[in-house]
Design a binder for this molecule. Structure first.
Ligand code: PMP
Length: 451
């Protein structure tokens, strides 16, 4: 392998990174990760740390999941690729669809449409929502509603329903007809409401108001993450998603659960929708479906929708949408192995236990460090700390402090993710008690250094 300086220089010269300023790569070179085992990653200087990011919320089963590696290698030998566009299919994708049908049966979802990742899955769900209404003759239902602070990927449709200006402003104009309501974000919200249950009711009322304002007959779907992830890990009160379900049903609006992060155990339940006891009309998944080892995703579709599509005799239900890699046999083989491992290891149980441990540890850190304004978690292995310069005014902490904290935590044994004022933790779901303790002690060291 080339030496570290050569690679850093050529990284800056030759490639642009997602979600980064292209002019920044030389001054702030990214860590070059060269190998990984279990829940640990090693950089080019040989420094090994616990990956509290979990790849990018996707490596739920860790980096050494042999059955998935074997399935990928075996499938590459037999059938490395063939398309699933009309006319051809493959054995792996058929078996996977069947397994997913069983896995998501409690969520009321019975058909799969395959994609190559989360943004593709969101785009697919948005398109199918519009098509569903058109087949039924409700041509006017074209708009989408979503939550401020929600994240739904990077395609034009997903970016249009995203609720964070960082991912929108430079790319406008986005899709017309996308409108946002306040998220049930207790630490900061336009109602100055600090009680999560009352806040959930206020946000639900805002949804009702927006529907009345737009006209229910113009709205195709409402899309939300069961626990908002990239927006800073925002778990809504337990009444929120069931309330959204009720309002959507009342107005003939489809509910799309964006479970790109939350499906397959992250919240401590098998899916985020099940966590809240809700059956969505569609569910967008990706990420952990292949443990991050192969780009892949799936949209799961509810029975009442599949009936409308499958019984259509007008031709309107023909799906004019799909990806070259929809139903990729290697991805499908990887996903089959992941699903089997996810079930065998009962990962939600460990996610819940380790999630509680980390959440309690973060609350203890908040007692120690005034920089920690808000601690969010308690729903499996997705937690966040929101840093503030001043707890009373809630003024955001400066970038330098949070950057330094991240560096020290890395030196002390954990890779953590910084997103705006938030430190986000989403480690693999197979994390041990000792590894969870390492993440907490590394953060403690980081806070000591900057406090
Ligand atoms: N939806 C959600 C909720 C996500 O968190 C993400 C990615 N973090 C996406 C969609 C987009 O997925 P991808 O990056 O795989 O396109």
């Amino acid at each position: 392998m080339k030496d570290s300086n050569f690679l850093k220089e050529h990284n800056a010269k030759s490639l642009w990174h997602p979600m980064a300023h292209p002019g920044d790569s030389l001054a702030n070179p990214p860590a070059i990760i060269t190998s990984a085992q279990g829940v640990k990653i090693t950089d080019i200087d040989g420094h090994e740390v616990v990956d509290a990011v979990g790849g990018l919320w996707n490596v739920n089963l860790g980096f050494s999941c042999q059955p998935v590696k074997d399935a990928i290698a075996a499938q590459l030998d037999v059938l490395p690729y063939y398309s699933t566009f009309r006319g051809t299919t493959n054995d792996q994708v058929i078996q996977l669809a069947e397994e997913l049908r069983k896995f998501f049966a409690p969520d009321g979802l019975t058909r799969a449409f395959f994609t190559s990742g989360g943004s593709d899955s969101v785009e697919t769900a948005l398109r199918l929502a519009r098509q569903y209404h058109k087949i039924r003759g409700e041509e006017g239902r074209i708009k989408f509603l979503s939550l401020k602070k929600g994240y739904h990927g990077t395609h034009m449709g997903g970016a249009s329903v995203n609720g964070n200006a960082n991912f929108r402003t430079q790319y406008e104009p986005l899709l017309p007809g996308c409108h946002h309501i306040p998220a049930p974000y207790t630490y900061r919200n336009p109602f100055n409401e600090t009680d999560p249950e009352r806040l959930a009711q206020l946000c639900l009322q805002a949804l009702e108001d927006e529907i009345a304002f737009q006209g229910a007959g113009t709205i195709a779907a409402f899309i939300m993450e069961p626990v908002l992830g990239a927006g800073g890990v925002i778990p809504p009160h337990k009444s929120f998603m069931p309330g959204v379900r009720e309002i959507c049903s009342k107005h003939g609006i489809l509910l799309i659960a964006d479970e790109v992060i939350t499906a397959f155990g992250r919240t401590g339940s098998w899916s985020g929708s099940r966590h809240w006891g809700v059956q969505p009309d569609m569910m967008a998944t990706a990420k952990a479906i292949t443990n991050g080892y192969f780009p892949f995703g799936a949209v799961m579709i509810a029975d009442h929708m599949t009936e409308v599509f499958e019984k259509d005799t007008t031709g309107k239900a023909a799906i004019g949408h799909g990806y070259t890699y929809s139903g990729h046999p290697v991805g499908a083989a990887a996903a089959l192995a992941c699903l089997a491992e996810t079930l065998r290891l009962n990962v939600p149980e460990n996610a819940a236990a380790r999630g509680t441990q980390i959440h309690q540890g973060l609350l203890a850190l908040q007692q120690k460090y005034a920089l920690i304004g808000d601690v969010r978690g308690g729903h499996g292995l997705m937690c966040a700390l929101e840093l503030v310069a001043d707890r009373t005014t809630k003024a955001a902490v400066d970038k330098k402090t949070i950057g330094r904290l991240q560096e020290v935590a890395y030196e002390a044994g954990a890779m953590v993710r910084v997103s705006g004022p938030n430190i986000i933790l989403s480690p693999p779901l197979i994390l041990s008690e000792a590894e969870a303790a390492t993440i907490l002690s590394a953060l403690d060291a980081g806070f000591t250094a900057v406090s």
